[in-house]
Design a protein around this ligand. Sequence first.
Ligand code: ZN
Length: 355
Amino acid sequence: MLFPTTIAGSLPKPSWLAEPDKLWPQWRLQGDDLAQGKLDATLLAIKLQEDAGIDIVGDGEQSRQHFVHGFLEFVDGIDFSHKVEMGIRGDRYKAMVPVVRGELKLKGRVHQTEARAARAHTQRKLKITLPGPMTISDTVADEHYGDKIKMAMAFAGLLNQEAKALEADGVDVIQFDEPAFNVFMTEVQGWGIEALHRAIDGLKCTTAVHICYGYGIKANIDWKNSLGNEWKQYEEIFPALAKSRIKQVSIEAINSRVPLRLLSLLDGKDVLVGVIDVATDKVETPEQIVQVIGEVMKYVPKERIVACTNCGMAPMHRDISAAKLVALGAGAALARKTFASDSLISIKPGHVPGA
Ligand code: ZN
C-alpha cells in the first residue's frame, strides 16, 4: 500500500491523567490509579489512531511525562534530586537537568507495560519511540564519564537492551528521537550515527530516527526564525544517514523551510514525511496533504513515503490533535487515489501492441 500513515510519537494526554496543553505536565493521579490511568489512556490513543486510519500506531507516549525523562527515570546512576541548570540543544534552552553520577544501568524494563498493552489491543503495526543517545546526552549533566561520547555509548547500550525487549514484546517499529541531530551536525557524522548503530545492534524489526526542529513552543519558533529562509542543516547529515543501517528517517515537511530537494540525499531510506504541522492549531485539509506528498515524490520514490506528523503532538489541545489525526488518515487516502493512477499509465493495455 502506498503512503502508509504513522505519527511521530506523542499525543496529548486526557485531562483526567495529566495537566492538559503542557509539554511537561504534572500527573493528576497517583500510585495504582496512575498506572491504570496510563494504560487506559494508551488504549484510547490506539483507538483514536485506528479510527483515523493510521496504519502504524503508537502508544501516544501516554505513560511518560517527557520523551527523554520517561527513559531516564528507569536508569540507575542518575541523580534527580540535585538537578543543575544547563544550556541544551546548543544553548537554545536553559533547562534543569539531572546529573549522571555513576555507571549507567537499567533498573528494569522501561516501556514493557504500555508496549504489551498496546500489542494486546491492536492488530496494526505498532511503533514505540525511545530518545536517541545523542539527545539524551545533551539533556543530562555528566559528573562520572568525563567524556560525552563515552556516556552516549553507555546510554546507547541501555537503549539497545530495551529495544531488544520491545522487539520481543511484538513491537514492529522502534524509533529513536534525535532532535539534537540538527544542532550538532559534525558530531552526528563523527559519533551520533555510531551511537544509533549501537542502539539498534541485533534488531530485526524496522528502525527509525526522528530528527526535528522541535515542538511548536516559543523557544523553538524563535530559533527557527533565526535559521534563515532555507534550513539546510540536513545537507550535512543526510548523506551519512543514507549510509547508516537505520531504515527510516522522520522529518518535518509541511510549513517547514527544509528544502525538500534535500530528501534526495536520503537515497534508500523510507522517509516519514511530516504532513501535519504541530505548531499550528489550524487543521490540514486532505488536499494540502496530497500537495506535500506530491512535492516530496519529486525527490523520494513514492513506495518509500510514509505520511506522518512533523513532530509529537503532546502539548496540543486534545480535540485539535484528534482532528489532525483524522486529516492525516484522510490526506493519505486521497494521495493514494490521486497518485496510484500515475503508475497505471505506463502499463495501460493500449500501449501493448495487439492488446
Ligand atoms: Zn520532533
